[in-house]
Design a binder for this molecule. Structure first.
Ligand code: ZN
Length: 303
């Protein structure tokens, strides 16, 4: 078959390229480094390692490796985003607290940025989802008017839409717990409709247990959503002595099984956590993000 002029041209071009590749001189190798230069680089690396170790010693998180701890406790700080002063102090604690952000709060976005601001210190973020309480007047009190509560009169589609909207405001959330909700969380149909959203998004649920009649945890289990109940409210009685006692109780429970405690930002909570968490650590009780507790308690095969 005769070779067409265009094919001949292409073959000639390929041949020329091959020849060029073979005969072209190799690029010059970079000049070898002197001993002084190598030593200077090494000094820089040593300084970086020393600085990192010093930071970890003086400011880094205080963590007990999971298998070495005798107690495993998660502390969820609720109502995050309403103020910054107490929040910053909680953020300054060298323990892996979990922060649950209210979607309608003034500082919802700012708090998430701060929580994500230091990559060396993981601070887990949850969505604190407002749900209707038995006393409906609570939804109108103070800062609550900013929140879009999930109501018992909402149909399943409305409930799911409100949850999706709230997740859009707290996109960093890896889990959800309820704010109030003594009425709505007792409604099994409502809880079932919400859990499908959490399952699809791979989010976990912590039942705040604001009512003994809550259906939230069982709905989560039915839907295959990873879940743990709140075991202790640290500041149900907000005095320092009572918070101290509740923390001791939570620590004791955490030696039996991974335990979730909930607290709210207050000077008393901060003082107790600041004083007691290093002590608990010396006693073998570690503070972990909720997701780490869930990984330990979930039986294999559950998504
Ligand atoms: Zn709350």
């Amino acid at each position: 078959m005769p070779i067409l002029p265009r094919q001949a041209l292409l073959l000639a071009w390929i041949a020329a390229a091959c020849v060029g590749f073979v005969v072209a001189p190799a690029p010059a190798s970079p000049p070898a480094m002197t001993h002084e230069e190598i030593a200077a680089i090494q000094r820089g690396i040593d300084r970086l390692v020393d600085d990192t170790r010093a930071w970890q010693r003086e400011r880094g998180d205080v963590v007990i490796p999971w298998p070495e701890a005798q107690g495993h406790l998660a502390i969820v700080i609720d109502d995050v985003g309403r103020e910054l002063h107490l929040f910053e102090q909680l953020l300054g604690l060298r323990f892996q607290l979990t922060f649950s952000v209210l979607p309608g709060s003034v500082y919802a976005a700012g708090a998430q940025l701060r929580l994500r601001g230091d990559r060396r210190r993981y601070r887990e973020i949850m969505l604190h989802l407002p749900m209707e309480p038995i006393d409906a007047s609570h939804m109108q009190a103070g800062a609550e008017v900013r929140e879009t509560f999930l109501r018992v009169d909402d149909d399943p589609d409305t409930l799911r839409a409100k949850l999706e909207f709230a997740l859009g405001i707290v996109p960093a959330a890896v889990g959800v717990n309820n704010h109030m909700g003594s009425r709505l969380s007792a409604d099994a149909v409502a809880m079932d409709s919400l859990m499908s959203v959490l399952r699809d998004r791979g989010l976990y649920f912590v039942d705040s247990r604001t009512t003994a009649a809550t259906q939230a945890e069982s709905a989560a289990r039915r839907a295959g959503v990873r879940t743990l109940p709140r075991a202790v409210f640290l500041d149900e009685d907000p005095t320092e002595e009572a918070i101290d006692r509740a923390l001791s109780q939570a620590a004791k429970m955490s030696r039996e099984r991974p335990t979730v405690a909930i607290a709210h930002p207050s000077p008393e909570v901060i003082r107790v956590l600041d004083a007691r968490l290093p002590e608990l650590r010396r006693q073998g009780v570690g503070i972990y993000p909720v997701s780490q507790l869930l990984r330990a308690v979930e039986p294999a095969g559950v998504p």
